[in-house]
Ligand binder design. Structure first.
Ligand code: AQP
Length: 337
């Protein structure tokens, strides 16, 4: 990786707060990658209406909440470009071209579509959920990003993005940078506390998900009730002890160490002691984070100004990439004047 490398990533304004998995799997890396990379981060509101569009006022509020949480997490608008996806029409404009080079079977293999449409059934799902990974590819390719810091669940979408970039480049000549996923290790997939066979998610039942806006009592209660196993042995083994290993991974990530070291530190102790320590480490982060978020939300006009400046900076990259793509495809450019 060179100091010139560019990173881009996004988060949906679904739910009233990001969840711990969003932070540990992705956003924490976004913060550290502001230094040493040219960093672009967006609140992907277009993606957030693919399952169920919330009330318009609520979507606007959630967009500001996520932006405030990203700033509270440590994004600095002087060191990164933070913007809202719908503020840049180039995303949907490029997405159309990419849709036209995506095979139906290829899109149909995306496991997240299968997971997310499972509840209501494919036939009842909007087409937007199906084409979501193609819009995501446009989000990334517009900015010629070298790295995309995401959680493990996004690996397959990143592969599709790479395939589309390579396919377009092969047909029309070098146009897009082919990006690499940047996926962390033990915190790349934080699991649901009640069902450790699933990833933690904003759209899953509340008891298994830690929202960073949860109050300390709720965080502690959810962690104390987390599903573990019956053998009572504190051991990091994601295969056979997913629930317990998830707690070790969370504690390691919150305290800046490794699951193996947490395991060693709790040798001879019980699950209750481990859970209490995990809860303390999450609360120690979430409490100041929540109050900083509240402060930022008290000045929505300033938040909107930060996002508008970000969208303007984003245009400097997105505009030329789109113009180049449209020219290569052969769309007639509008006459000037
Ligand atoms: N459980 C997780 N562990 C690690 N990383 C995760 N991410 C999400 N869940 C976990 C990462 O967070 C980033 C932003 O995700 P998103 O909000 O854009 O979409 P998502 O992956 O669909 O997240 P949710 O919380 O599950 O939202 P809903 O329920 O609305 O779909 C991504 O980089 C993702 O990898």
């Amino acid at each position: 990786m060179t100091s010139q490398s560019r990173v881009l990533s996004g988060i949906q304004p679904t739910g009233d707060s990001m969840q711990l998995g969003n932070y540990l799997g992705a956003v924490r890396n976004w913060v550290s990658m502001q230094d040493g990379y040219e960093a672009y981060y967006c609140v992907v509101d277009l993606h957030s209406i693919t399952i169920e569009a919330p009330e318009p006022a609520l979507l606007r509020q959630r967009t500001r909440i996520v932006a405030a949480q990203l700033l509270a997490a440590g994004l600095d608008p002087e060191r990164c470009t933070l913007f809202v996806q719908s503020h840049r029409p180039e995303h949907t404009q490029l997405s159309w071209v990419l849709e036209c080079i995506t095979g139906f079977g290829e899109a149909n293999r995306m496991t997240q579509f299968k997971d997310k449409s499972a509840k209501s059934g494919v036939d009842r799902q909007g087409v937007g959920l199906f084409t979501y990974p193609i819009l995501q590819a446009a989000d990334i390719l517009l900015y010629q990003a070298n790295y995309v810091p995401v959680g493990e669940d996004q690996r397959q979408h990143l592969e599709l993005t790479r395939d589309l970039a390579q396919r377009f480049n092969a047909k029309y000549g070098q146009t897009f940078t082919v990006p690499d996923a940047f996926i962390g290790t033990s915190a790349a997939k934080i699991l649901d506390l009640q069902d450790p066979s699933a990833k933690m998610s904003k759209s899953r039942p509340d008891a298994g998900t830690i929202y960073l806006a949860d109050d300390p009592a709720a965080i502690t209660r959810k962690i104390k009730r987390a599903v573990t196993d019956a053998d009572g042995d504190i051991r990091y083994d994601p295969e056979t002890k997913p629930g317990l290993s998830n707690l070790l991974a969370i504690h390691a990530a919150m305290t800046g160490t490794t699951p193996a070291k947490v395991e060693a530190g709790f040798a001879g102790q019980g699950y209750g002691q481990l859970k209490a320590a995990v809860a303390d480490s999450v609360v120690a982060f979430a409490q100041p984070f929540a109050s900083r978020t509240r402060e930022l939300l008290e000045d929505p006009a300033e938040l909107d100004r930060i996002l508008a400046r970000g969208a303007e900076r984003a245009r400097a990259l997105a505009g030329p990439t789109l113009a180049d793509t449209y020219d290569k495809v052969g769309f007639l450019a509008p006459a000037v004047g």
